[in-house]
Design a protein around this ligand. Structure first.
Ligand code: 13P
Ligand code: SF4
Length: 307
């Protein structure tokens, strides 16, 4: 008998109950994965859910640093990353040696790490942030001097919201969001003059400067769902265009660029999710105890300041 999307989803729902698995999915996962997840959200929402999930096993459908965050917050649990090759290129842009050198150069600065960093790197930083929590957390840090790693686009956007702080930015960024350009904005605005432009702060500052709204993945979804406008140009990973078209059939969504696809987020398929809940797929996350302890301090501080 031919397996259909529906029949695989039914099997996943049965197996996750039977095997006590909680499925967390980042918003950039495909819609068939959203439909079987216990929680879908942005990086900050996922971190909060990771700490709260009652199940013994957590399956993270997303990228490696997200699964590491779950393990750090719930070390007693079995944590599975949905696909062993799902990394985040930005998380690998900076290592411990580079950050140690920066700390020597800027000894009076608090080191703020975007959550898109490795667990090891988090052990030498002061606090993590996500795109939806960065402004609030940086406002609440007492130190006026902030060394912000590794996304200088997000850092630049935060600096504009929090002018009372001095942010030292270091070269780094998301290759997916960097693909969106001012030319894309000009083209899409000309094609859809009534549409609002909603973009992620990982986009280039010249792109965010032209936007009607700048926010995290969940922020963009909430804004579009609540807005009275009828059409939107979406400047983030393109799965959000599809998800919004499902949730708001009376509105129209256009991708800012057809190239805004994160292949790391997209490498996980529904069949991988099935293998994971069946106990035969994905990669179990193991972290050394000192890494868990050091990185947890950084993530706990994010959860405390981001409340
Ligand atoms: P948010 O989930 O915070 O919107 O970040 C987007 C992203 O690129 C995650 O890797
Ligand atoms: Fe990393 Fe960018 Fe992909 Fe997010 S969208 S996982 S930041 S490469």
């Amino acid at each position: 008998m031919m397996r259909t999307t529906r029949s695989i989803q039914d099997e996943i729902l049965r197996l996750k109950k039977e095997n006590d698995v909680c499925i967390l999915a980042h918003a950039y996962q495909s819609h068939d994965i959203w439909e079987v997840a216990d929680y879908v959200g942005d990086s900050f929402g996922l971190s909060r859910q990771a700490a709260a999930a009652p199940n013994q096993t957590v399956l993270m459908c997303g990228v490696r640093f997200m699964a590491e965050t779950v393990k750090i917050l719930s070390p007693q649990k079995k944590v599975i990353l949905s696909h062993s090759q799902a990394g985040c290129p930005m998380a690998d842009q900076m290592d411990v040696d580079i950050v140690m050198q920066l700390k020597e150069m800027y000894p009076d600065y608090s080191v703020v790490a975007y959550i898109n960093t490795t667990a090891e790197l988090k052990t030498i930083c002061d606090v993590c942030v996500t795109s939806s929590s960065a402004v609030k957390i940086i406002q609440r840090i007492k130190n006026p001097n902030i060394l912000f790693i590794p996304d200088c686009n997000l850092g630049d956007w935060v600096q504009k919201q929090v002018p009372e702080k001095t942010l030292k930015l270091v070269q780094g960024g998301c290759p997916t969001h960097l693909r969106m350009t001012v030319r894309d904005v000009e083209r899409e605005r000309a094609l859809h003059p009534d549409a609002l432009l909603l973009v992620h702060p990982e986009c280039h500052p010249k792109v965010t400067a032209l936007a009607d709204y700048v926010g995290s993945t969940t922020g963009i979804i909430d804004f579009a769902e609540k807005s009275g406008a009828k059409s939107f140009i979406i400047g983030t990973e393109n799965s959000i265009v599809q998800h919004l078209q499902f949730s708001c059939p009376d509105k129209t969504f256009y991708a800012l660029s057809k190239d805004a696809v994160c292949h790391n987020m997209k490498i996980t398929t529904l069949a991988d999710v099935y293998d994971c809940v069946n106990g035969t797929g994905g990669e179990e996350i193991f972290l050394e105890e000192h890494i868990i302890r050091g990185a947890k301090r950084c993530i706990d501080e994010m959860l405390r300041l981001g409340r």
